[in-house]
Design a protein around this ligand. Structure first.
Ligand code: HEC
Length: 199
């Protein structure tokens, strides 16, 4: 249940995230973006925060109108359950009041992103959801949980979005593989020159 997930997530948060994002969730001015009120953490498409934890994030990002340009390492060593818990917790903390994220959903996203090796840039994530990160509508009471029926609907919509992310992903490996191809050709050429010189 979500309540237990929130409790477990609180431990993960204080062990792993609080060092940077701070226990108050407001981050550090100029270097660490806030989670409290963040449109990225509270995104309507849950694949956004899940993808950030699975692969990391680097380069310029605007959070709540403030610019940051730093690196967040991947948290992929956490289990699917731990990722679900910590995000469910953070999405319910401070002024946040977004819907929970399930371990099953994290499993789906993780599977759809197996070929993705690099950290994301905020631009890439944005382009996957039509150019704009939309914050989920915030419920009025801090610890109200959505009825299972609503949750099912939300998860179904999210599963579709996860498959969109999966479809978008091959674009990146493509450019990576052409880069690799050029690198291999270059190395071959250099070896050839080297051999010619030492004949
Ligand atoms: C080593 C420091 C560090 C740790 C640990 C860390 N983060 Fe981050 N996080 C960052 C930085 C820096 C960025 C912004 C990266 C950039 O500038 O592109 C970020 C960005 C984010 C974002 C997107 C922007 C925002 O503010 O909403 C989310 C969501 C997030 N982190 C969640 C988490 C969670 C949850 C954890 C714990 C599991 C965590 N982070 C652990 C440093 C960290």
């Amino acid at each position: 249940m979500s309540q237990e997930s929130v409790q477990r997530g609180a431990t993960v948060f204080s062990n792993i995230c609080a060092a940077c994002h701070q226990p108050h969730g407001r981050g550090m001015k100029g270097s660490i973006p806030p989670l409290d009120g963040s449109e990225w953490l509270n995104a309507k498409v849950k694949g956004i925060p899940v993808s950030i934890l699975l692969k990391g994030l680097e380069g310029p990002i605007t959070v709540k109108g403030e610019k940051f340009d730093n690196v967040m390492p991947s948290k992929a060593t956490l289990s699917d359950q731990q990722i679900a818990d910590v995000l469910t917790y953070a999405r319910k903390q401070w002024s946040n009041n977004s819907s929970p994220i399930t371990a099953e959903y994290v499993t789906q996203v993780r599977a759809s992103l197996v070929n993705r090796k690099k950290p994301w840039t905020s631009q890439e994530l944005k382009s996957m959801v039509g150019g704009k990160i939309e914050k989920e509508e915030q419920n009025s009471s801090p610890f109200s949980y959505k009825a299972p029926t609503t949750l099912e609907v939300v998860n179904k919509a999210d599963a579709l979005q996860a498959s969109t992310i999966a479809q978008m992903t091959p674009q990146v490996p493509q450019s990576e593989s052409s880069f690799l191809f050029i690198a291999v050709v270059m190395i071959g050429l250099m070896k050839h020159i080297h051999r010619e010189r030492h004949k």
